[in-house]
Each structure stands twice: as C-alpha cells, then as structure tokens.
Design a protein around this ligand. Sequence first.
Ligand code: GLN
Ligand code: ZN
Length: 765
Amino acid sequence: MVTTHNLGFPRIGAGRELKWALERYWRGESSPQQLLQQCRRLRQQHWRQQQQRGQDLVTVGDFSLYDHVLDTSVMFGVIPERYRCGNQADLDDYFRMARGRAPAGEDVTACEMTKWFDTNYHYIVPEFSPTQSFSLYAHRLIQEIEEAGALGYRVKPVVLGPLSYLWLGKCQARQFDKLALLPELTACYVELLQQMASSGVSWVQIDEPVLVLDLPAPWRRAFETCYRQLTVPGLNRLLASYFGALEDNLHLVLELPVEGLHIDAVSAPAQLQMAADQLPGYKVLSVGVIDGRNVWAADLHRVWQQLRPVYRQLGERLWIAPSCSLLHCPVDLEAEQRLDPEIKPWLSFALQKLDELQVLRSLLEDRDTAAVEAAYSTLRHNQRIVAARRGSDRTCDPAVRARMESLTAEMAQRRSPYTQRRKIQQQRLNLPVLPTTTIGSFPQTAEIRQARRRYRDGELEPAQYEKLIRQQIEQTVEKQLALGLDVLVHGEAERNDMVEYFGELLQGFAITDNGWVQSYGSRCVKPPIIYGDVARVEPMTVPWISYAQSLTDKPVKGMLTGPVTMLQWSFVRDDQPLETTCRQIALALRDEVNDLESAGIGIIQIDEAALREGLPLRRTQWDSYLRWAVESFRLCAGGVEDRTQIHTHMCYSEFNDIIDWIARLDADVITIETSRSQMELLEAFREYAYPNDIGPGTFDIHSPRIPTQQEIVGLLKAGARYIPVERLWVNPDCGLKTRTWPEAEAALRNMVDAARRLRAEMAAV
Ligand code: GLN
Ligand code: ZN
C-alpha cells in the first residue's frame, strides 16, 4: 500500500472565496463570525476534495486567514510590542500585524513582508526581540484538527518547523544570534505536539524548507539537538523539505530521529535514489513527484518508472505527494473555459495533481483490478497527451529556433561604451541636471478598469476602446506637462498587469480565466502560462507610446517589462532550459525596443522587477543564473543606436551581493527603491563606483502620505553624498498605479519643486 498525501492545498478557493470574504470583513461589511464561518466552509470543502480524490491523509493547518508564517508567530505569542496586545493576538490584532489596519484597533505599522524562498508568495516576517519569550496558543490549530477529525478524516496537521521559523524571522538587535531562542521555542513545539497527540493525531508534517539552503554549521547542528527533543510518544513526525536539493543536508536529515522524510524529487530528482538507498529501516520516505509549483500535467509513465525501483525497495514505507504545497498553483483546471483546446489537456492544477497521485498509486500497487485497469487507461491517455505536447508545432516555431541559432555576442552589446553614449544622449535629449521622471504607471482609475473590462467582454468595439485609452493618455500627458516633469510616460492605462499585458500579446503564452495564485493576504496573481516558443506577433506598445509622444516635444519614455520578469512571473514550460525561454522572450522584446526607436522614441525603459528574486536558493548557482539573466536583458536592449537611452527599473535596491551584475546590465539609467532607507542603500553603488546614471526613489509610492518638498530635498542631498549629482535622476520608488490622482499630483509637484530648488542652489554656487 502506497500512502498518498499533499503538503498543503491552495487556501484562496477556486473562486477566490477567501479574498472576497476577507475584503468584505476589512471593509466592515461582515462580522468576525461571518468571516470565520466562510473560512470554515472553505476549509471543509478543501478537505472533502482531498478525500474524494483519494488522499489517505487530509492536511490540516495549511489554511490561513492571511499567511501561515504569521499564524506561527501568533501561535507562539511572537507579537511586537507596538500592537499592544501582550502575547495574545485577537482577530483584528492579527490583521493589524499583517496590514497595519483592521476594523477594530488603531492603525499601526504592519510587519514586514518578504518572498517565501524563490516563489512569488509573500510571508509576514516574524520579529524577535533579544529577550523574546514564547508561549503556546494553539487553540485555533487544535480546533481545526478536531473539526476535521469529527468529520471522519484521517488528519495530518502541518506546522512550520522551529528552525525554519527562526531562520525566516528578523531581530532588531543586529548581532543577535537567533539560535539562542531555540531551546524555549523547542519546548513550545513539544507542548504543541503533545496537544496534537491528545487530539488523536498519528502523523504530523513539520516543514523545514531551510534545509535546501546553504546552512551555517551551527544551524545544522541545531537540527540534531532540536529534533532529539521534539518527540512525543505515539506521534510520528514527517520532516518535509522542498524547493530544491538537500545536498550536504541529506545525510543530516537521514540521521535525524524522525519517523518520516519528505523530499522534492521534481526540482532535485537525483536525490531520490540516494535517499531511498540510505533510508534507515524505521523511516518512511515521502517522495514529491508531482510538480507543486507548475501547471503541467505529469508524464505519468516517466514518474511511474522513476518510482518503481523505490517501491520495490521500500514497499509500504513509500509515500507519494506533490513536490511542495499546492499553494503555489491554481485550484481547478476544469474551471477554465477559454483555454485553447489543444493546450488545456497539457495542464494540471491542484485538483488534477491529486488525481495524478491516485493513478500512480494504482500503477505501483498493481492490486485492485478495477483500479489498475482504470489507471492503465488513464496512463495511455496521458502518454498520448505527453506525446502530443512534445510533437506539437504550437511549442516549436522554426523561425524562432533559427533566430536563436544565429545569435551573436554583438547583439548583446551596445555600439559604444556608456561614456560615449552619454554625450550623444545628452545632446539629443537636452535634459537639465537632476532630470525628473516617473516609473511608468499613473493611477488606474475605476474608469480605466471599467473600459478594459468592457472591451474584454466585447461590450466595447476596438475603436471605442482605443479612443478611451487615447483620452487617458492625453490627460496623463497634460498633467505631467503641468507638473513640469522632464521625461514623460504614457501612463500604462492599457495594462491590467505588467506581465499579463505582454503575455496576452506574445506568441507562446496562454492566459487563464481563473488561474489565480495567492501572492499575499487577499492579493492574488494570475500568471500567464508559457507553453511554446515566444515571438512577437505585432507591435505591442508602439501605437500608445507614439501617440503620447505626438502630444508633446518633451521626451516620452517607452515602457516594457523585461525578459527576466516576464519569465519569473509566469508559469514556465518545463521542456527546455529556463535560459532558452528567457532568450526567446528577450528577442521578442528586442523587436519592440527597436520599433520604438524607429518610431522616434528616444528613451526606453525595460523593467526588471524580478531580476533579483530569481536568484537560485544556493549560492553556487547564482553566477550561472545571473549570466543568462543579464545577457537576456542586454539582448533585449542591445539593438539600439547610441542616441537611444535605455532605462531599467527595479523595485528594491539591496544590491550588495550582485552589484557587479547590475553594472553589467549596462543600462544608461537605473531607477530603484531607496526612500525608505534614507538612501543608505546607495552605499553599494558608491562602493562599487557604479558608473552609469541612477534614479534613487525619492518617495514611497506604497503609502498615501504626501512627501514634503523639504523631505525630498533632504533625500536628494543624501543621495548626492553617494552618487555625483550629474548622474542623479529624480523619481518615485515605483509606479503610481495604486495611488489616486490627487495623491500622485501632490507628491510629484513637491518632487519637481525639490529638483528645481536644488538646481537653483547649485547654480548659485
Ligand atoms: N512600469 C511599471 C509601473 O510603473 C513598473 C512596476 C514595477 O516595477 N513593479 O507600474
Ligand atoms: Zn517598481
């Protein structure tokens, strides 16, 4: 008998039920009871779906009102002082920690949020104090366990493990060693496991994803001490790692005194046989064989063959599961109505992945005749689909392949070095010192969103829609002229999202109707699916940008999403290396860059918001990633003349460890986020003697607060201590699409005035 289970199920709901329930509650339109009732219904539905699809264990504890790391903090009483609720948070305290605001209680600075490993999910960063104490408040989790037990499910609770939890947190005191907190935290975990055992649980899943990182030796040793203590009679522990290979930690986890291990055999297939060979006889091995982070139907025959020898070796000690929690994948493929019928069968979302596990189980066990019969038939169907996908001319475009073959090094090289280009560009653009600009988007008003929706639903003719967007562009240009900005933008009114917009227009991308994945809290994204060779069908931005440029003599900056960001924020094809797909996107965008230049656009910005987050989890793999990522950007930008100024934008500026690669992008101007750190983050650029122009953000666009002129002057003066003023630009931290027009205008007015004041001061000396 092979046990099937999953590490976690998407909590947001197939119809984003959780999102709507949360937002209603936040707006004060529903009571806490109503919210919790809706969540209970959603949870129960997810358990039912798991059981109906044959899962032997039903996962409990993966549901969260906002984020599971925040849940862990609340469970252990880790609540920063500013929330003034002691170490016990109620529902509204919880939301204030998550987002600074709740129906009850005063607004307060929210906890920091950051990316969960190399996914696009964000978790709430735990805040520890050096004198942190822990106490257990597990009633919510225990209640859910009992609720599922009462419904007759075999419950497997999941918790984030103590070492990963500590690792992910931060401590104000700089030199503080978080491991000092481990003994007390471990004691709380022991108590938690005891409570689980009393509730009749026989297996608990303890997630320790930090095991796939480069761990310092003290942390590796801490695993041994911690897990020796973390035992409760009668309770079996499944220690789960995912998102990569255990590498040097494999031996460590094999030796840990736990009853089971889960390993990711999708991102790291090579570790499967090693783990199976060395597995102590008392341990279970849960093998993640279905990709929990991507949307492709599994090649069942291949996976079956991969598992057969392991099953012969381990017998009942083999469990199978998706590689990681299904949190990172959409819920139900069946809900897709508009996907291309040729492509749809190639895909598999969370529910379909659970079905795949059942087929694999039947094939491996080869027992119950009816089930085996059915499994073989599914297998044959699956083989036809896998073959169809492999042979489809939708995935392979000979013209793209030929172009990829003919790539040359010069294509990724601007004609002259930056210093030379700079002179030519200055002559052409004739900008003042400290030129002012924005990052691209302007407020996305209800009017704009409505126009896009009506156009998509066929209620607006293309010509009507075009007219509406043109009007938006006119207004945006007018307002920028009135503000006195030096480099204008068209405002991005036509874009629902910076990736989806291009995904809809490029060959090789498919767009789903409901393929939502939680990004943070109630926020979801709908990543496009890259299924085939990417090419540009026709110009994507040229008409809009040219129209904006036709309205003014000031330069209008063209605006594109870069190849690495397109790749990182999409579901990518798994049948060729990432770098190949990235280069194809780069070539498609290069055509757009060149066309913008031919249309007379003098400045083109290529956003790479996701360049840094694409860094592999292991340092040894950084260079190879950065090499192709940077090369893709350069390929995209390398076709233009010296007189065309290339900008790039990144929503962060912690560049210390990759500054060399940032310089190699060779963008004429880079705009980054720095206002929140008082420009301190520019230190990396100064130290490196970064050669090109920089626009450090002068105000935080995430906040509705209007920065004063003095503040911005102060920040720019601080910036000038790091970067020579001749190479400084003046701009916000990021795009203004989430702001209102009055906020955007007020902030930009102060920004433009600040630049003018500084210019005047400089002229006076
Ligand atoms: N050009 C985009 C905008 O202004 C950039 C967004 C981003 O960096 N996330 O919205
Ligand atoms: Zn940004």
